[in-house]
Ligand binder design. Structure first.
Ligand code: PEP
Ligand code: MN
Length: 259
């Protein structure tokens, strides 16, 4: 089997990315960073430009959040991650030395958006993660990654965050695991990370979805974690405290393909 891209090897297996859905204030970011367990979490995430379904919602703190992310990195030693949704976001994130940039599900659906981001990131050695598109279209997901590869971006990963459905199910976004498994068959060199938070949309399902991902030998998890989940400015119902996150991570049984 083709080896995974080597960027994943700098992290202890399994990789865990955690932090709030949205950056809200410097104080909130530093408190979460302080409370996250440094042995289990290697990358701190926070959205600063938030793609909201409806207008007049909180749409993120914007570029000021880059300073807060940098502080988290300097004070706590995490690598830092944020979502970028256009070329300007990409340029700003590079300027602030953000280590991990992710393309969100609503951007992956748009080849123009992916192309402009890919061009803005040309030749970067940052890690770029591509969430699956909101709709269950494997080729669109793979195509987004090919657009990055065409711009000589070497450190790429995929995030499985589930697929939207009109009919409500137990999931906010149905995992449709087979699509991610087919992705892994077609692009075995691309590390695969599961985002149980956006799959579940609630706290109760996080453990089972995370365990399922490890049973399928995913390379890591991205889980939203907030200092005061009930009061979060976005995605409150699915966020968990850093302490609850640690309990979940400690309970997971990890199957490693290289054992
Ligand atoms: C997020 O990670 O906060 C987010 C907006 O996710 P998605 O693109 O998966 O909806
Ligand atoms: Mn979110």
């Amino acid at each position: 089997m083709k080896a995974k891209q080597s960027w994943i090897n700098q992290f202890d297996k399994p990789l865990t990315i955690a932090g709030p859905c949205s950056a809200e204030s410097e104080k909130q970011m530093l408190e979460i960073a302080e409370r996250l367990n440094k042995e289990y979490v290697q990358i701190f995430r926070a959205g600063i430009w938030k793609p909201r379904t409806k207008p007049n919602c909180f749409e993120g703190v914007g570029a000021i959040g880059l300073n807060w992310l940098k502080k988290v990195k300097d004070e706590f030693g995490f690598k830092i991650a944020t979502e970028i949704a256009n070329a300007n976001h990409a340029k700003l994130a590079l300027e602030y030395d953000v280590d991990v940039l992710w393309i969100g599900a609503r951007s992956t659906v748009n080849p123009f958006t992916v192309q402009e981001i890919a061009e803005a990131l040309r030749d970067t050695d940052k890690i770029v993660l591509v969430k699956n598109p909101v709709n269950p279209d494997l080729d669109l997901w793979i195509g987004a990654i090919e657009r990055l590869q065409a711009q000589n971006i070497q450190n790429i990963g995929a995030i499985h965050r589930g697929f939207s459905t009109y009919k409500k199910t137990q999931y906010r976004n149905n995992p449709q695991w087979q699509i991610a498994l087919d992705f892994m068959d077609k692009m075995p060199e691309i590390p695969m990370i599961c985002d149980p938070s956006h799959i579940c949309g609630n706290r109760e399902g996080l453990f089972d979805v995370s365990q399922q991902a490890y049973n399928f030998e995913y390379d890591g998890l991205m889980i939203e974690s907030h200092n005061n989940p009930d009061e979060a400015w976005s995605d409150a119902s699915q966020q968990i405290t850093p302490e609850r996150l640690l309990e979940i991570l400690q309970k997971l049984e990890i199957r490693k393909s290289d054992d």
